[in-house]
Design a protein around this ligand. Sequence first.
Ligand code: IVH
Length: 694
Amino acid sequence: MKKKPVDQLSPRVARAEHALLGAEIAAHDRAYYQDDAPTISDADYDALRRRYNALEEQFPELLTAHSLSAKVGAAPSQKFAKVRHSVAMLSLGNVFADEEVYEFVARVKRFLGLAEDAPLAFVAEPKIDGLSCSLRYERGALVQAATRGDGFEGEDVTANVRTLADAPKHLRGDAPAALDVRGEVYMRHEDFKTLNLRQAEAGKPLYANPRNAAAGSLRQLDAAITASRNLHFFAYTWGEASELPAQTQTGMLAFFEKAGLPVNPLAKRCANADEMIAHYRLIEQKRATLGYDIDGVVYKVDDIGLQNRLGFASRAPRWAVAHKFPAERATTILRDIEIQVGRTGALTPVARLDPVTVGGVVVQNATLHNEDEIARKDIRIGDTVVVQRAGDVIPQVVEALLDKRPANAMPYAFPHICPACGSAALREMDESGAADVVRRCTGGLICPAQAVERLKHFCSRLAMDIEGLGDRQIELFYKQGIVKNPADIFTLQKRSARGAFDLTRWEGFGETSVRNLFVAIEAARKPALNRFIYALGVRRIGETNARRLARHFGSFEALRAAALTDDGLAEINAIDGVGAVVAEAVVDFFREAHNETVLDELLAEVAPQPMEAVAASSPVAGKTVVFTGSLERLTRDEAKAQAERFGAKVAGSVSKKTDLVVAGPGAGSKLAKAEELGIEVISEDDWFKRTGQE
Ligand code: IVH
């Protein structure tokens, strides 16, 4: 539900919403800080906090000593002795947009009475996603360690922290008489994985993420358990100090490092907001390969004297801010579960969600993987679910939030019949007798969903590569009944000429696109054998196996004939890299009567070219080609694949052995080298002509 802007609320309604929100946030704080088991995503929590702060900004009378804005976290849990922080452990303000970084810098300068263009250095460092901890060193010796707790009072975790290799019991070199070193305790991804495996083996609950695992591991009453968890620590700030060994944040980080405390290697001094943002981008790029979770970048005024002048405003310092990464997890409502039927009949459950932004992208569909996963996570329609998007992978539903489950939500019954054709959908047994995780439609050739998926596969880039016949067009042609099997594609033009239909009148098609489509179809009549075999969509025949079959048999007729003889199975099985399961799938395919008809019809239209024949007849066969500069019509992968299809070898650098250089705009040293060696250089367009593609 969209909330009314705060400036449109009456004071009475605002007060009521503020109170309700306050209670909700407090409950989430307890779940997060005390139970290490948050029930909402960070993004949703931040949204609640933002709304709460906006209410207080609009209605300042709501900002009292009871306000959550005056508190950080939650009161410490009962099981540990309490430690009062002599200098409070506060939180950080968040920003999300670049613009807010410029505003932060301007605000700091204004506060300090500096001119807009006055120099002012900051330190940008990763925001580690763990739990903050204060380590007290007296005369260089570790004497106490405490969690943040509510910022004023934390938990005594000294015995636990003593088990961390990253928390030295003695500082190296000269140390102040008393110094609270503050930083983040965190768990690395690999250790998190191992821990959850161990938990699962022991039948114990799994940790939701490395941060919860770190918190749960540090807050163990038995320090031996903490010791077994391989926790790590980065030092990044300090609390009480009898004297400071440096005048800047950079200097303090250098001191920590010299003293033997781990410091994050990505901390960098920046001269202005542009440099800070550039460093943020760099850290964001490295994020996936760090091996531990970070959720943003913290910017801090470098000069400690200035930090002191800036001081704190309620929860957070004025001299620092967290620039958060866009959330990559969010919660939303699961509206429906739809079953997609793939080319080989696999039934895949897809979640239809209320649109939600995850990591900067609007997500409406997410995979639920398979039947077992839905059951294991007990995901039901109507549930509030956590959706995750990691990098470029398909978004996935991670879990359902049980406390938000509607009373009438029923466990999901995975269909046992194919939603597309009504045939039975079964889980095959593997060799060991265990049921496969995938349930498959047994409708095979009568299943329209499988037929459409097979056609899509047939036309796809690595198969017949028919431009203009994308998923949308295939679905339409299938539905309209003009393309039911692959051979129909090649008779489209003839049938259209006879007046069976007029594509140019169809929505989304014009004269030009229809002409281009027919040209593309004509160009596909002589596919390389391996591509043709792959395009048939035989189970277990991917690109590699298709190439093995093509190379072994040399022609399609030879493959087909072999598959139909008694020795066929053995012959295919004997091909290097091809096993019995694959051989059986090939033989089954050719022995299926319907496939025979489809193949005969198709072979009346197309003539697969033996790989060698394609290569040998091409003017670039046997040549060594180098692609350089930016190509406009081909990706690098495509260029390489094309060259190989025409029997050429692709090299990465120009040498005396190079026969041909294909140069696009911006070509530099490789082009120069080719000219120096007198090697033929052609353009990308020339390449298409030379290889007979135009
Ligand atoms: S400086 C006065 N630096 O983020 C607070 N905090 O949201 C100074 N955090 O409580 C904190 N990485 O637990 C600082 N490089 C970093 C950090 C960092 C993670 C955590 C810390 C803090 C929370 C605020």
